[in-house]
Design a protein around this ligand. Structure first.
Ligand SMILES: CC(C)(COP(=O)(O)OP(=O)(O)OC[C@H]1O[C@@H](n2cnc3c(N)ncnc32)[C@H](O)[C@@H]1OP(=O)(O)O)[C@@H](O)C(=O)NCCC(=O)NCCS
Length: 162
């Protein structure tokens, strides 16, 4: 039987995150599509780990038993830390199996409990218009598309957790 678990990021996840990030589809769907070097990634990843330990950001891995399936991150966009940008990806080998939806839902369930961040929490996602799978994930989970997108190349989805 499958045993899914959302756990906090660890230093040992560094290379897995680099591999998933440098996958061609991930680069294509990112707003900065350049490949990421190991050095650049290490510096970024270590900054994120420090932010996680200071509760300045939240970064999780979805596992099935002990196999990592995907990652999801929340970065605050305001001083009050009530609005966050979601970034997420699924391991290239495990896409199309419902895990994109599952990882966002697992995070929403965690936020709904109100233990990690005080509610209400506002979630924002910036998605490229061609990223059909991601658009579908957010729509299925009740995110609303904002009328005013930042540009034609960026859709904005929003969900409030009260
Ligand atoms: C976006 C991403 C996370 C989706 O994860 P996933 O596990 O493949 O998605 P799911 O299997 O949960 O599929 C979600 C929905 O999209 C649909 N879908 C999947 N691929 C699709 C495609 N190419 N075109 C249209 N719909 C698609 C699925 O059918 C499903 O809808 P359904 O439940 O109505 O059938 C994954 O593709 C990924 O990691 N992409 C690269 C990184 C990325 O784009 N991150 C998000 C940035 S906003």
């Amino acid at each position: 039987m499958s045993n899914f678990n959302l756990r906090s990021i660890e230093s040992s996840d560094m290379l897995t995150i680099l591999e998933w990030s440098n996958d061609s589809e991930t680069r294509k769907q990112s707003f900065n599509s350049s490949p990421i070097s190991l050095e650049e990634h290490k510096a970024w990843f270590n900054r994120k780990l420090a932010s996680v330990s200071e509760k300045q950001c939240y970064f999780y891995i979805l596992e099935n038993d002990s196999t990592p399936i995907g990652s999801i991150r929340l970065d605050p966009i305001n001083e009050e830390k009530s609005s966050y940008i979601i970034s997420y990806m699924i391991s290239p080998k495990q896409r199309g199996l419902g895990y994109g939806t599952k990882i966002i839902k697992s995070l929403i369930d965690l936020l709904d409990e109100g233990f990690i961040i005080a509610k209400p929490v506002s979630l924002l996602a910036y998605v490229k218009p061609g990223n059909k799978a991601s658009i579908r994930c957010f729509q299925k989970l009740g995110f609303e598309q904002k009328d005013k997108n930042i540009s034609d190349s960026e859709l904005v989805f929003h969900l409030s957790i009260c």
